[in-house]
Design a protein. Structure first.
Length: 125
């Protein structure tokens, strides 16, 4: 749990440290970047012939705990583990999604480039 809080705090700190220009460009390109990630995921699914479902589960582990008086005893803690499961896909549907995403990327690319140029003009580094 502590590790997750530390990672989240670090990521929030990095985002807060981003320059206004980088924040502006990231905001302007958010939809395009998501579409590109989806294209990569779908192409991977098509290449494999199946999707991968990821699920985080709690796994009990036995730990050695210490009482306030210094004596030790066995106690149970939980670790997080990610389990990957293959999932069947509809290849025709995935190809339709892929085609639609590629069309969206081509359509959005010029407007994102204009918005990024406006960000550079508004927030020079």
């Amino acid at each position: 749990m502590f590790r997750h809080i530390t990672i989240a705090t670090l990521l929030l700190t990095l985002v807060a440290c981003a320059t206004p220009q980088k924040q502006c460009i990231a905001k302007a390109s958010k939809t395009l970047r998501q579409a590109q990630r989806d294209v990569t995921r779908i192409e991977g699914n098509l290449a494999r012939g199946y999707a991968i479902h990821r699920q985080t589960i709690l796994v009990p582990t036995v730990e050695i705990c210490t009482k306030p008086d210094g004596s030790t005893y066995s106690c149970i803690d939980h670790d997080h583990r990610t389990v990957e499961t293959p999932v069947a896909i509809d290849v025709a549907e995935e190809k339709r999604k892929l085609s639609a995403l590629k069309t969206l990327i081509q359509k959005e690319q010029p407007s994102v480039q204009k918005a990024a140029a406006a960000c550079v003009a508004e927030f020079p580094e």
